[in-house]
Design a protein around this ligand. Structure first.
Ligand code: MAN
Length: 554
């Protein structure tokens, strides 16, 4: 059945055109079968046989909308639900026309705002087209205003970007000059430093060598004392000789591994003779046994490490003895140290004094005579090298100052180089056709959801941080503009974020839209570890276009 309806056709209309058509529709009613759009009206000429729109069949005109599906494409039943694949056109006067599936016709649910889809179902539908149309027009009006404002802001952004780019280029040139100056400075300070380090090193080496000599002399001395002590220990009958028998009492000196020092082995240890006096022992025998020899004193009275009891008795005499020896050693080359030597061990003392006289080397003279500008610390450890003499210390101080000046200059050069690097990097970024996106560089924009705080730092990275604590997850670093060829600046791509468990590295697409404010509008994760952010910025606003995306559909 043909009906007279107000006609409004077309999708994706601009606001101006829409308003025009709304006005026109109010004035014109065009006769055509139910469910046919104004554009398709000419296919349905009254009383002329109808040919299906796919050309598959021709039927008498009265069979159009007779509730029986003749055409494969459903075009003979635009106003009924007879064809499963047909579509019904609602004119929606006062608002925007639309197609709905034929199956929705007379199904009891109001789909079209003009109520025409429910003409025979008994459903009570209210015509809401005028109201919806008004709201939408208001909305579009607002959007248009926003786009206009946004576009104005964008002009400022472009101007600022141009200025900032020029400033950066000037700054870069300045820094390049600074860099050249610092390079000269660094080189000259390097020469000064190297010139100061050479005498410093020589003086330090001299000091160290002298110290090594002192240590070597002391080690030798100690070793001799040990040999003498051992001689006394081995000389069981105190006759002033060590015999094979006496050697044999020390099973640890066994050389063939049978646990016993045989006569033959003892003789070999004694250098092929049956006994040796103290001099031969020290010169010939001691070197061969010193590594294996176990002191009777130590083995017989093992030192049990005990927690000292306050005011308690002395521990073993041997420990005292060792302690004194240590004190004495220190006293030998430690300046101004006069720690008491006990009365015990007078024999040992005597021996040591003798040996000292023999062994006093150049190194000791060096330390005895040197004027130390730094007082020795009390209780200096045996192995600790004494402080440098004044002359050496002056050289060290001079070299240290030169080193500091050099490294300070080198640090400043590095800072200048790093500033140059950052500016150069920034100047290489594609900030849009007119640099309108440059203002976002170095900025971050956040959006909080139930679970996370999302952070977008344009041209840098995207991150996600759990709202209730936990570390930040990298959702991708700046990769490139990723919109379609004709709208390249509509999407930003960030990739190579934190790896997703059994999945890809996290990545984010940022969909831009025009808005007065620069802000994240929404965040989502359409597929695991692949994120989508909607982001508004005036930089995306085009002249006379409210938005480059969704709202075209309205
Ligand atoms: C974290 C978040 C989520 C992500 C899962 C994947 O929970 O980064 O966004 O989906 O890891 O395991």
């Amino acid at each position: 059945m043909a009906v007279r309806v107000a006609a409004l056709g077309g999708r994706s209309l601009g606001l101006g055109l829409l308003l025009l058509l709304v006005a026109a529709a109010a004035a014109t009613e065009v006769k055509r079968p139910r469910g046919v759009s104004l554009q398709n009206r000419h296919f349905y000429e009254e009383n002329i046989p109808f040919t299906c729109l796919d050309g598959s069949k021709t039927i008498p005109f009265h069979e159009v909308n007779d509730d029986y599906c003749d055409c494969k494409d459903g075009s003979d039943e635009p106003g009924t639900s007879a064809c499963p694949n047909g579509s019904y056109h609602c004119s929606n006067a006062g608002h925007r026309s639309e197609y709905i599936p034929s199956s929705h016709v007379n199904d009891g649910i109001c789909d079209c705002c003009d109520t025409t889809d429910e003409y025979n179902s008994g459903a009570t539908c209210l015509n809401t087209c005028k109201e919806q149309g008004r709201k939408e027009r208001e909305n579009m009006q607002k959007m248009a205003e926003m786009a206009k404002e946004g576009f104005k802001l964008k002009q400022q952004l472009i101007e600022d970007a141009k200025k900032s780019r020029e400033d950066k280029q000037l700054k870069l040139a300045e820094l390049q000059k600074e860099k050249a100056n610092w390079e000269i400075q660094v080189e000259s300070l390097r020469t000064v430093k190297e010139a100061a380090e050479q005498p410093e090193q020589e003086a330090k080496d001299t000091h160290k060598n002298a110290w090594d000599e002192v240590q070597a002399a002391h080690n030798l001395e100690k070793n001799k004392a040990k040999a003498a002590e051992t001689f006394k220990e081995l000389d069981d009958n105190e006759d002033g000789f060590i015999t094979m028998n006496e050697i044999q009492t020390h099973a640890e000196l066994d050389s063939d591994g049978d646990g016993v020092v045989s006569e033959q082995e003892a003789e070999t240890l004694l250098g092929g003779v049956s006994h040796v006096d103290v001099a031969s022992f020290q010169e010939v025998v001691w070197a061969g046994i010193q590594d294996k020899y176990k002191s009777e004193a130590v083995t017989e009275t093992p030192i049990v490490p005990e927690v000292p009891v306050e005011g308690g008795a002395d521990s073993s005499r041997e420990v005292d003895h060792e302690d004194h020896r240590k004190d004495e050693d220190e006293d030998d080359y430690g300046e101004g140290q006069d720690e008491g030597v006990g009365d015990d061990d007078s024999e040992d003392d005597g021996e040591e004094e003798e040996e000292e006289e023999e062994e006093d080397g150049a190194g000791e003279d060096y330390y005895k005579n040197r004027p130390s500008h730094v007082p020795e610390k009390e209780g200096t450890e045996e192995e600790k090298m004494p402080a440098y003499d004044e002359e050496t210390q002056v050289l060290i101080d001079v070299a240290e100052k030169a080193r500091n000046e050099f490294s300070e200059a080198e640090k400043l050069l590095k800072e200048v180089e790093s500033s140059i690097g950052s500016i150069e990097k920034e100047l290489l970024v594609d900030f849009g056709p007119d640099g309108e996106y440059a203002y976002m560089f170095d900025q971050c924009y956040e959006m909080t959801t139930n679970e996370y705080v999302y952070k977008l730092c344009p041209f840098n990275k995207v991150a996600q941080k759990p709202k209730h604590g936990g570390s930040e997850t990298n959702l991708g670093v700046w990769s490139s503009w990723a919109g379609p060829e004709n709208n390249k600046f509509s999407f930003m791509k960030y990739d190579h974020g934190t790896g997703c468990w059994q999945g890809p590295n996290r990545s984010t697409m940022v969909k831009l839209s025009c808005g007065r404010e620069t802000m994240v509008l929404s965040t989502s994760e359409p597929s695991r570890c692949e994120y989508l952010m909607e982001f508004s910025t005036p930089a995306f606003c085009q002249e006379g276009v409210h938005d480059g995306s969704d709202h075209d559909e309205l």
